[in-house]
Design a protein. Structure first.
Lengths: 109, 911
């Protein structure tokens, strides 16, 4: 169950994390783990293919950044299309959550 | 930092990424794993554990597949020494691989295919015309042994030698009876008739033919029978007709019961006895029916079969192969003597055989087609050069890869074949598109054919129109193979000759640096430019000819003039004797239409080459022997003629309404005729004699006026020596009517038609057209040729420009570092740009230098098609040079600018 949920929602999580700043892959995996309180952990083996797919769909754009004494890192940022996609997914998601809530009788404070 | 690349590569191996792609993924993941290790060690995990746990991140078994599906697929490697290397399956494998390579570079592929498609379409279209006009065997039995029989006289003027001479019946009869030169003989004549279908009539061409006509050509009927052979060469007098297959289908719905039905020709009934095979339309190419020549006395005019001096039909013969050329000549010489003696017509001429095959097209038309064919071939060559140039650039980029493969033991032939496969795929795709384009091309050609043939001026064996048939397809297939090989061979051979040592050692050099590659592409620019020069010069010369031709004064003011031909039928009561009255009535009625300012008639149109000629037997005090008398053309016109056609009265008076039947005979002379007949003497008031029905029994006519010259033959032929006589004194049954209008002449066409019907009920009006339209038709061939060759030239110029562009761009890329260094050391950007441009333009210049002598040689072939311009015309060459220089600069401009804008920091750092 959790696995399934993760698969469907990770793209949205990534888009959301990139909303305000560009991040590299490790940063993203750490943020996902941190924000979810350790519930969600995305392996590099699934994170990077996902990033490449999002980039290929032109939702995010990568850029190499060099810093002295470190490896080159690839930072990803949202493209305008990614921004639209995120807004749309948020919409769908909150509707979905509301509907589930109604059906399952979950109450939020 | 740990070097993760081996560990990551192993896990990525199944993804089959492009090497450069893999490098990036490895780099990105390395950073990630470093971060994981750093964080873990910070939390106190041992380094070895941290590394192991970091690698767990990549433990997902699907990792490689996921990466592969998210990134672009890898380049399929050129297989070396694979088991699929040989035989047909190997070739297919190569082709599939070639197609895959091209899919990966769609812009290059599409550009190349479009280029090839255009070039191949031009070739296929022109070849289809060439084939139908000149190459396809004539559709008759043993066509090589068929010949037209010419009766020549020494007086025959040079200009008319292209025209087939005709025969009179009495002369033919003697020839038929006495000749031993041919196995069989036949006579035929095209006649314009009205075929009635109930109340309505349709104009159509039929052939009057001797019964031997079909057997000589080896034609057998589709159904029914053909004319019976009779002892009398004209056939028996029975009123029978053979109809064409097309007519059978259109008019009789292909009904077998058509035999025995009646064909109403000029209101005379003929019984249909047979149907000709499909596609056969007679040697005139336009006949819908055949009627025995014995009926000429009713369908042409009474007495035509008895006139010795009236040459009105052509003769075709099947040669006697056993005789040999020498024997035939001797037999024809004897036949000429017999004909001359029997008809008292010997004048030092001869009878000669002209092979049917040589009369399919006029020499000018034949040359036109050959030149266009050459032009199309040059376009294909230049297109090949372009593709080759692009392929060279691409193969250079793969130099290292090729070197590695060679080092690993790949056969050079195998590599050549692989690279050739790529150009073959391009050529094939281009060829398929080209054939589709050529379909449209031949359709356009077919639409234009009537005008083109009409303007040919001389007799043509009109054959089936140009179309894409098996022959054309085979030709295109051959062209595709040649294109593929020519475009692919140079790049392939170059790649296979890769210097292993250099390429492998030189590993750090970026792709496309090879010196030999630069040289190969520069040579291709030379070829392209030289070919462009040849085509531009040819097109330029033709364009100037066309402009000159258009500027030639025809002697007629064609705007606002409508012409039409009336074809009254004798059987409707319109006898020759009533013609004067008929045309008086018709023109009077038309004159009354508002907007009509003048009308006249004549037996032929200007620029038609169809005017009757006669000879002047006397002019003033001189009289001429019949066989030495000067030739003139004769016209019968109305008083409004000068106004209707825009001629100018130079001296004397115009014909008037008073010059009518019963008054004294008067004529006008054109200036050329006056000069030719009277020299410096004043022709006004002099009397002259003509060998024509207008002046019978040694009567003479007075010259009352001199009018401006009109060109009645071709535009580029000299103006006619014309004699104008009053149509009020003598008119022909069928004549052209000219109407000058104030407004748009086409607007008045319905009113004019109506007026004709009122004045002459039932008289068919044919070829109603504006004079401008007629003139445009006359120039159609020159115009079409100028357009086509001009199109070829523009195409070639564009490709040459692209070539220059490519070479310079390539050069800039190659010398980026050097340019950067120069700029960093303070060189002026524009000076650098100029250097780069000059380097590329140097090859362009060499191409021009090679091209000019080539154009010089090639333009000699255009000689007979040019008018008032030498093949070495300086202005044309100058224009071509200026155009090319402009094109070259345009092609050089952009990439040179790029050189000037090179950022020294970037380029230097990237080294």
């Amino acid at each position: 169950m959790q696995q399934e949920l993760k698969k469907g929602t990770t793209p949205m999580l990534i888009l959301a994390l990139l909303e305000h700043e560009a991040r590299h892959g490790y940063d993203l995996s750490r943020m996902i783990e941190l924000r979810s309180g350790g519930v969600v952990h995305v392996h590099a083996a699934s994170l990077y293919p996902l990033l490449y797919r999002l980039e290929r769909a032109k939702l995010i754009a990568g850029r190499w950044v060099e810093k002295p004494g470190e490896r080159r890192r690839r930072f990803y940022g949202l493209t305008p299309a990614g921004r639209r996609q995120l807004a749309q997914q948020r919409e769908t998601w909150s509707e979905f959550v509301r509907a589930i809530g109604e059906v399952a009788g979950v109450r939020y404070a | 930092m740990h070097d993760w690349s081996e560990e990551i590569r192993i896990r990525l191996a199944r993804a089959g990424l492009r090497p450069e792609d893999e490098l990036l993924v490895v780099e990105e993941l390395s950073a990630h794993l470093d971060d994981v290790v750093r964080d873990l060690t910070a939390r106190g995990v041992s380094l070895d554990d941290a590394r192991a746990r970091a690698l767990d991140e990549l433990a997902d078994g699907d990792f490689a597949r996921l990466v592969a599906s998210a990134r672009a697929a890898a380049v399929p490697p050129i297989p070396i020494g694979s088991q699929r290397g040989g035989g047909i399956s190997g070739v297919l494998f190569d082709l599939r691989l070639g197609a895959r390579m091209l899919r990966r570079n769609p812009v290059f592929a599409v550009l190349s295919i479009v280029t090839i498609a255009l070039a191949l379409a031009a070739n296929a279209t022109i070849y289809s015309a060439l084939r139908s006009l000149m190459l396809k065997p004539l559709p008759y039995e043993d066509p090589d042994n068929l010949a037209f029989v010419q009766l020549t006289s020494p007086r025959e003027s040079e200009a008319r030698i292209d025209t087939l001479t005709r025969w009179s019946w009495p002369k033919y009869e003697v020839l038929h009876r006495t000749q031993r030169a041919y196995a069989a003989l036949a006579g035929f004549s095209t006649q314009d008739v009205a075929i009635f279908n109930g109340g309505t009539a349709e104009r159509a061409a039929i052939e009057l033919a001797t019964p031997s006509y079909f057997p000589v050509l080896g034609i057998s009927p589709a159904t029914g029978r053909l004319f019976d052979a009779t002892r009398d060469p004209r056939g028996d007098g029975s009123p029978v007709a053979v109809i064409s297959h097309a007519m059978w289908l259109e008019r009789f719905g292909g009904d077998a019961s058509v035999l025995g039905r009646t064909l109403d020709v000029n209101r005379q009934p003929f019984t249909i006895i047979g149907v000709a095979p499909p596609g056969f339309a007679g040697l005139s190419g336009s006949a819908v029916a055949w009627i025995p020549i014995a009926h000429a006395n009713t369908l042409v005019y009474d007495g035509v079969m008895e006139e010795t001096g009236n040459h009105w039909f052509k003769v075709v013969a099947r040669r006697n192969a056993s005789l040999g050329a020498e024997g035939e000549r001797a037999a024809l010489s004897r036949a000429y003597n017999a004909v001359g003696a029997a008809t008292a017509s010997e004048n030092g001429g001869a009878i000669i055989s002209v092979p049917l095959d040589s009369r399919r097209v006029t020499p000018a038309m034949g040359r036109t087609v050959m030149i266009l064919f050459g032009g199309a071939a040059l376009v294909l060559l230049i297109a090949c050069a372009n593709i080759a140039s692009l392929l060279v650039a691409r193969s250079t980029a793969r130099e290292q890869e090729v070197a590695v493969r060679l080092a690993l033991g790949a056969g050079r032939m195998r590599l050549v074949r692989q690279l050739l496969a790529e150009s073959m795929v391009l050529a094939t795709a281009g060829g398929v598109a080209g054939i589709l384009l050529a379909q449209a091309g031949t359709r356009a050609l077919r639409a234009m054919t009537p005008a083109l043939l009409a303007s040919g001026g001389a007799d043509l064996l009109t054959l089936e129109p140009a179309r894409i048939d098996v022959g054309v397809l085979l030709f295109t297939l051959a062209a595709i193979v040649v294109t593929g090989v020519v475009a692919g061979l140079l790049p392939a051979l170059r790649a296979s000759r890769t210097d292993l040592n250099g390429a492998l050692r030189d590993g750090t050099t970026a792709a496309g640096h090879g010196r030999s590659s630069a040289r190969a592409r520069s040579v291709l620019v030379v070829v392209q430019t030289a070919v462009a020069v040849v085509l531009l010069v040819g097109a330029g010369l033709l364009l100037r000819t066309f402009l000159h031709t258009r500027a030639i004064p025809t002697g007629v003011e064609p705007s606002h003039v409508v012409t039409m031909r009336l074809a009254p039928l004798e059987s409707d009561g319109y006898t020759a004797g009533r013609a004067v009255q008929l045309y008086t009535d018709v023109t009077n009625r038309i004159d009354a239409i508002p907007g009509v300012t003048a009308t006249s008639v004549d037996r032929c149109l200007p620029l038609s080459g169809a005017c009757s000629t006669t000879v002047a037997t006397g002019a003033g005090a001189q009289s001429f022997e019949l066989d030495k008398a000067p030739e003139v053309d004769i016209h019968f016109v109305l008083p409004g003629h000068l106004d209707a056609l825009g001629l100018v009265l130079k001296r004397g008076r115009m014909l008037t309404d008073a010059d009518r039947d019963g008054t004294s005979k008067v004529v006008l002379l054109s200036e050329s005729a006056a000069r030719h007949l009277f020299g410096n003497a004043d022709p006004l008031g002099q009397r002259m004699k003509l060998a024509t029905a207008y002046l019978r029994d040694d009567a003479s006519a007075e010259v009352v006026g001199i009018v401006s010259d009109v060109r009645y033959d071709g535009v580029t032929d000299p103006p006619g020596r014309s004699v104008y006589a009053p149509a009020l004194q003598m008119a022909s049954r069928s004549m052209y009517v000219f109407v000058r209008t104030t407004g748009n002449p086409a607007d008045l066409a319905p009113a004019i038609r109506a007026a004709v019907q009122e004045a002459a009920p039932g008289v068919p009006v044919t070829t109603l057209q504006t004079m401008k339209h007629h003139f445009a038709d006359v120039l159609a061939r020159t115009r079409l040729m100028t357009l086509l060759l001009g199109g070829f030239a523009v195409f070639a110029l564009t490709l040459a420009m692209v070539g220059v562009f490519g070479v310079i761009t390539f050069n800039v890329e190659q010398r980026r570092a050097e340019i950067g260094l120069r700029l960093a050391l303070g060189a002026q950007p524009h000076a650098v740009a100029a250097r780069i441009a000059l380097h590329g333009l140097a090859w362009f210049g060499i191409g021009i230098t090679v091209g000019i002598p080539a154009a010089f040689a090639a333009s000699r072939m255009l000689q007979g098609l040019l008018y008032d311009i030498a093949p070495t015309d300086v202005t044309t060459y100058a224009c071509v040079l200026v155009t090319l220089a402009a094109a070259g600069l345009a092609g050089a401009w952009l990439p040179s600018r790029r050189a000037a804008s090179v950022d020294p920091c970037c380029t230097l750092r990237s080294q």
